[in-house]
Design a protein around this ligand. Structure first.
Ligand SMILES: Nc1ncnc2c1ncn2[C@@H]1O[C@H](COP(=O)(O)OP(=O)(O)OP(=O)(O)O)[C@@H](O)[C@H]1O
Length: 250
């Protein structure tokens, strides 16, 4: 069997007496789109901080494409692409300069230019290459962040609430594009969200609540086991929390 894009084995992380993650295990196979669905405070951000090497787990292990995050973090991180919830482009730099900076961080050398041109063209942003990032809409900035995350051809793409703040059209486009990436490139995707409609087309959905994995299955199987007819109702049944379908303005 081929190597998993991601393996998380019984990971625990506490802040003082609060267990933000409690012996959480999950896997993402190559070419698989896995949605990590949980209400605010479920522990999704904490998990992503561990997956990106910002913090280490108190217990448990993480492997990216066969590389242990603790023992071989450089190799593990080289196989990882990330789009964070918070914008991370330098708005004063051009689109292409933002991407070149990332390419240098990954030591991409001479092949960087071709990879940048290719990813920008695929995501429909080639003609914006020389524009300042500041001149782009929120949806287009997110596309540039995604193109950047793909430059070094990661085995695993992490999307951390990556649609927050986007209009419904841009949200849908991003979800579609990432599904296509899984199918065409065989990349594993872990898509963290609190929005149930973004998880509906996932190959598998992992429901997390209060730091624990409470269910993992296909959307259809989650409905069957909870005797419900929609993923939203299954989520309510499993967590007791009313699911969110779209960004709510406060
Ligand atoms: N630095 C911290 N110090 C103390 N508690 C924290 C810290 N970061 C997170 N927590 C707590 O840990 C729990 C999990 O938080 P986390 O941010 O990982 O959840 P989340 O699912 O990503 O939610 P959100 O979408 O609101 O960020 C919450 O109860 C949160 O209050």
């Amino acid at each position: 069997m081929s190597e998993a894009a991601l393996k998380v084995d019984a990971v625990t992380k506490s802040y003082g007496s609060l267990k933000a993650l409690d012996t959480l295990s999950l896997a993402v196979e190559q070419g698989e789109f896995v949605a990590l669905l949980g209400p605010n405070g479920a522990g999704k951000s904490t998990l992503f901080q561990l997956l990106t090497g910002l913090f280490v787990p108190d217990e448990g292990a993480i492997e990216v494409a066969g590389h242990d995050m603790r023992r071989d973090s450089r190799a593990a991180l080289a196989k990882l692409g990330v789009v964070f919830q918070q914008p991370t482009l330098d708005l004063d730099l051009s689109v292409v300069a933002n991407l070149k900076f990332h390419a240098r961080l990954h030591g991409m050398g001479a092949k960087a230019k071709a990879r940048i041109d290719d990813e920008l063209a695929r995501i429909g942003q080639a003609e914006r290459a020389k524009d300042a990032a500041r001149a782009l809409s929120g949806g287009n900035r997110r596309k540039i962040e995604l193109a950047r995350a793909l430059l070094h051809e990661p085995a695993l793409l992490l999307m951390d609430e990556a649609t927050v703040g986007l209009d419904p059209g841009s949200r849908e486009l991003l979800v579609d594009y990432v599904h296509k990436l899984c199918a065409e490139r065989g990349m594993g995707v872990l898509w963290a969200t609190h929005l149930v409609d973004e998880a509906e087309r996932a190959h598998r959905v992992i429901v997390v609540h209060k730091g624990q994995r409470i269910a993992v299955d296909t959307p259809r199987a989650l409905c069957e086991t909870t005797n419900t007819t929609s993923l939203g109702d299954a989520f309510l049944e499993l967590t007791g929390e009313v699911p969110k379908k779209k960004e709510e303005t406060v």
